[in-house]
Design a protein around this ligand. Structure first.
Ligand code: DON
Length: 580
């Protein structure tokens, strides 16, 4: 464990300031991942330890949590290319030291030329490939506009200082970890091989990079320099916008310079719920996460989960039944609230949860009805990070390219990957069927609409004090991973690292089954669940919940990287001694 005690902070602090002031960034090595970090000041936990360190450096230099979140986000776009991005989108949830909260929605939007049946051919046949893998799967990116908006509203540091570390990481390079080198080699020889600019960016003149190689991304460096100098205009207007639009024309995509020019991030009120005296702050639509998490917690509040035992059959049954109901409502009601009337108040109310509990049988699994909606699992590639600053401002960010490496399309000359987020819109009107397509109205592609998301960056507080910053990647499993982090802390008294480490389960209404991480439970638990009427599937790992917790006794911040991600890391910044 790396501990930032006051004595050891001072020299480190000085070093960091020198580091920030110096123009040259030496190539970092990859050996510092996965340790829990403790600090009496600020903390950043993310899926890639170099990016966490970039955020912690911003905190150490006096930036606030929003500044650090922006710097970490830009750094992940360089060091964690599977999901870190400037060509995708996401959500930021902020809790201020006075307990108030807000969110910034920078979810991608459908281009102006989109329409609900854009993934059907002339004969009305649906194409998964076009929906998820083509140039028309690319939504208008939101990340740079989101960071710009968050900074204008709540940032304290100079914008240039937030982008500069990433410019240097892209230009000077960083040392590839075994995990990333292996992943890039598979990507470049597989899905990316059809795109010349992608192969050029992800290989060393056509040959795969190896662990330990220094990876430089000069085109991305130039794009980041434009963003450093011109903020969002460096992406949505001028050279970068022209490069994106040219690639769209070349590949038959829909995004034009006008789409880019019109993109706007939105500040929205957070979803706020309560659970056993804790405050739960999360993301509103177009995220489905905040509503679904609060709805599930409201259902579960009635049961004594602690006495059931963590990951006991009884506990897993009740959590699965709550998830089943929250996910059914997700499919029926949730979409971009700028386009569709979403009954958020009702879905998150305690009364409604009591109504949902009326047919929840503690002795028997309910049955999900496929005649309503069926949706497939999603790929596990998005990324979540958590930031707390010395003053207690907390920022929770989840952002994504959708699939790992998104659409696989690197913008030629721009050096960055584009998302395939349009795949989160429903397939087409009336297309719902038992094999996993969905065609319900609210989440159909319409010009400028944002596609429904499961990303659930969340914050937990109690009696006015910050408790934890949580979230995860993992498609629909995000909602359940985040829910279980909260249950682990509140019902089972785990500290943040224990809550992150604990084995996870998933139920999403349809397909009607419980999925458990490998070795999560013994065969007796599986047998009892099956006797209750559940289908149980074991295997794999779920999410990457890089979180920050606050020790209620000392106020120390604990950065908890998720052991499921080999390159995840937490980095602390020194506090102002004696102020807490
Ligand atoms: O926004 C969403 O819900 C999805 N596009 C997120 C995709 C995802 O999490 C994939 N993997 N982690």
């Amino acid at each position: 464990m790396r501990r930032f005690a006051p004595q050891s902070i001072r020299p480190l602090h000085t070093l960091l300031l020198v580091f920030l002031a110096s123009a040259a960034l030496s190539a970092p090595v990859w050996g510092q991942a996965q340790e829990t970090a403790i600090s009496d000041g600020g903390m950043v936990a993310s899926q890639q330890w170099i990016a966490s360190q970039v955020g912690a450096d911003v905190l150490a230099a006096g930036g606030n949590a929003v500044d650090a979140a922006i710097a970490t986000g830009f750094a992940l776009a360089v060091t964690h290319p599977t999901a870190g991005n400037i060509g995708g989108g996401g959500f930021m949830v902020i809790r201020f030291p006075n307990g108030q909260s807000t969110t910034v929605d920078f979810r991608e939007k459908a281009p102006l030329a989109s329409h609900p049946d854009m993934w059907l051919d002339e004969d009305g046949a649906y194409s998964f490939e076009v929906h998820h893998r083509s140039h028309s799967a690319v939504g208008v990116p939101g990340t740079v506009a989101g960071f710009d908006k968050a900074h204008r509203l709540y940032g304290a540091a100079d914008w240039t200082a937030l982008v500069a570390p990433s410019v240097e990481l892209a230009n000077d390079g960083f040392e590839l970890s075994p995990t990333l080198a292996g992943s890039m080699a598979r990507f470049a020889s597989g899905r990316a091989s059809q795109y010349e600019a992608t192969v050029a960016a992800f290989t060393n003149a056509g040959a795969p990079y190896a662990a330990g190689d220094t990876w430089r991304q000069p085109d991305l460096g130039r794009t980041l320099e434009r963003i450093r100098d011109d903020r969002a205009d460096g992406f949505y207007r001028g050279a970068t916008a022209r490069l994106i639009a040219a690639e769209m024309r070349r590949g038959g995509g829909l995004i034009t310079e006008e789409d880019l020019d019109r993109y706007e991030a939105r500040e929205r009120s957070a979803i706020e719920g309560t659970y056993r005296g804790y405050d739960v702050i999360s993301m509103p639509p177009p995220s489905s996460g905040g509503v679904a998490i609060v709805a599930a917690l409201n259902i579960l509040e009635e049961y004594d989960l602690a006495s059931m035992g963590h990951n006991s059959a009884e506990y897993l049954h009740h959590v699965a039944e709550a998830m089943r109901r929250a996910f059914r409502d997700r499919a029926m009601y949730l979409a971009d609230a700028d386009f569709v009337d979403v009954p958020v108040q009702r879905l998150t109310s305690k009364d409604y949860a009591a109504w949902l509990r009326r047919d929840l049988d503690s002795e028997r699994a309910s049955i999900s009805h496929p005649s309503d909606v069926v949706q497939p699992y999603e790929s596990p590639e998005t990324t979540h990070y958590s930031v707390v600053d010395d003053d207690g401002m907390a920022v929770s960010v989840t952002y994504t390219l959708e699939s790992g490496y998104g659409s696989g399309i690197v913008v030629p000359g721009g050096g960055f990957l584009l998302n395939n987020e349009m795949g989160d819109f429903n397939a087409g009107p009336g297309l719902t069927n038992a094999s996993g397509l969905i065609g319900t109205e609210p989440n159909l592609a319409r010009p400028q609409q944002r596609m429904l998301s499961s990303m659930s960056p969340s914050i937990l507080a109690r009696d006015g004090d910050l408790v934890a910053v949580v979230g995860s990647p993992g498609g629909r499993t995000i909602i359940n991973t985040t829910l279980q982090l909260i249950l682990n802390m509140v019902d089972f008294d785990m500290d943040i690292q224990e809550a992150v480490d604990a084995p996870r389960m998933h139920h999403q209404w349809l397909p009607d089954r419980i999925r458990l991480e490998a070795d999560a439970v013994g065969s007796d638990v599986i047998q009892t669940l099956e006797e209750l009427g559940h289908i149980v599937q074991m295997g794999g790992r779920q999410g990457s919940a890089n979180a920050v917790g606050v020790d209620p006794r000392t106020g120390e911040r604990m950065g908890a990287p998720d052991p499921r991600s080999t390159d995840a890391g937490a980095a602390g910044a020194p506090g102002r001694e004696g102020e807490r």
